[in-house]
Design a protein around this ligand. Structure first.
Ligand SMILES: NC(=O)c1ccc[n+]([C@@H]2O[C@H](COP(=O)([O-])OP(=O)(O)OC[C@H]3O[C@@H](n4cnc5c(N)ncnc54)[C@H](O)[C@@H]3O)[C@@H](O)[C@H]2O)c1
Length: 383
């Protein structure tokens, strides 16, 4: 058994996603477990170099997590042949230029979603990666959430019969930043900086629906900017120019209807920050981030509308937990391991830039639907 180091340039690693999900819970966790075992029995051991603008932040992050290398010079990093992967978790608007530079330097590329804020740029990135022959991947983390993996298991088992509809509730209250600091970065609320919940969340709903239920064929999306002024990280008020809630109806293959609310202006009265309910002729299920509860047709109570008496049924009693039956890893880490194996030994990896472009496309169609106040089809695109 040989240990093969694999050099990874990690850009945008001082950010919220870069630090928490990609560095600490993925790459550092993989190093702690001793690496990723390849089919040959060899072990792939990530050797990251942390890249960003702020020397002191990078040094502190590197020291805190036992990483030896960091740099403020991306071009120099791209020139180093030891590093074969470029990873990008910068703010969205900066991604395309850096990823193009990485492709030009011959690096395999993996990055956060959305890969850009318009479909043409996303497809151009997919084309550039394909022509350069570099492996490419985009984060589609929700597919490895325990709750959604259990939901997928139910779909694969035929539990639902014919699926009729899907309803999703995503969101929580994001503080305005005045009397309590906001828990998301301020660029999320500025359209000119690539913010907005439609661009952020519809690219998730694209792959969640396509992989678990059925692909989206058309949609109607209504956005809103409920909170027009917020306060940024420096305590300065700013105009929120981007949408902070989206109310979307999707028509999926086979006539399945999916309605998903996405909002940063909603207070949570549910079990998890995201719930996805699937109703079918033979059964229903409600998945969250970790849990999934199911109700078979045989366990379905028969409610009768009568507001004149106290509700005689406890509707939650008739649902059963779908068992874990396995140990679930962090969703970002699970996808990182697959991408590393894809690079090292050509194992399959479906979640490439072309798939990422489909997410951007859905968000773009959503924004246009809102602007034009009408249903729109989602055009197909191939290779
Ligand atoms: N997969 C998910 O569920 C998920 C969730 C949230 C965000 N994201 C995506 O991750 C990306 C980062 O989001 P975040 O919430 O971590 O944002 P963030 O603001 O916390 O981090 C952004 C990073 O980009 C860097 N950056 C910003 N401006 C820069 C500049 N001018 N020059 C160089 N570097 C610069 C910052 O230093 C930081 O490292 C976004 O594209 C976002 O859409 C994905």
């Amino acid at each position: 058994m040989a240990v093969q180091p694999i050099g990874i340039i990690m850009n945008g690693v001082t950010g919220r996603m870069g630090t928490n999900q990609h560095l600490i819970r993925s790459i550092v966790a993989i190093r702690r477990q001793g690496g990723v075992v390849l089919p040959s029995g060899d072990v792939l051991y990530p050797d990251p170099i942390l890249v960003g603008r702020s020397e002191h932040k990078l040094r502190a992050l590197a020291e805190a997590h036992g990483i030896e290398r960091w740099s403020t010079d991306l071009d120099q990093c791209l020139a180093n042949q030891h590093d074969v992967i470029y990873f990008d978790a910068q703010t969205t608007l900066r991604r395309a230029a850096s990823v193009h530079a990485a492709i030009a330097a011959g690096k395999h590329v993996y990055c956060e979603k959305p890969i850009s804020t318009d479909t043409a740029t996303a497809l151009e990135l997919a084309r550039a990666a394909r022509e350069a022959g570099v492996k490419n991947g985009v984060v589609q983390d929700k597919l490895w959430l325990p709750g959604l993996l259990k939901l997928k298991r139910l779909v694969d088992s035929g539990f639902f019969g014919r699926i009729l509809s899907v309803r999703g509730e995503f969101g929580y209250w994001v503080f305005e930043g005045d009397w309590q600091p906001a828990q998301r970065p301020s660029w999320n609320y500025r359209a000119e900086d690539g913010g907005g919940i439609i661009m952020d969340m519809l690219c998730h709903w694209q792959y969640v629906l396509a992989n678990i239920v059925a692909p989206v064929r058309s949609l109607s999306c209504y956005g809103a900017t409920h909170i027009p002024e917020r306060v940024d990280e420096q305590g300065n008020p700013y105009s929120a120019t981007a949408d902070d809630a989206a109310y979307t109806t999707f028509e999926l293959d086979g006539g399945i209807i999916a309605q998903i609310n996405s909002s940063w202006c909603v207070r949570v009265y549910r079990d998890e920050l995201f719930n996805l309910q699937v109703d079918g002729t033979h059964g229903s299920a409600v998945a969250g981030l970790r849990e999934c509860k199911a109700q078979h047709r045989a366990n379905t109570p028969k409610p009768v509308w009568n507001p004149d008496i106290p509700n005689p049924l406890n509707f939650r009693d008739d649902w059963m937990d779908v068992p874990d039956n396995t140990v679930f890893d962090n969703a970002f880490k699970a996808q990182w391991e697959l991408f590393l194996k894809h690079v090292a030994c050509d194992e399959p990896f479906r979640w490439d830039f072309l798939e990422g472009a489909r997410g951007v496309q859905l968000a773009e169609v959503g924004l246009r639907s809102w602007q034009e106040r009408r249903w729109l089809d989602v055009p197909e695109f191939g290779q």
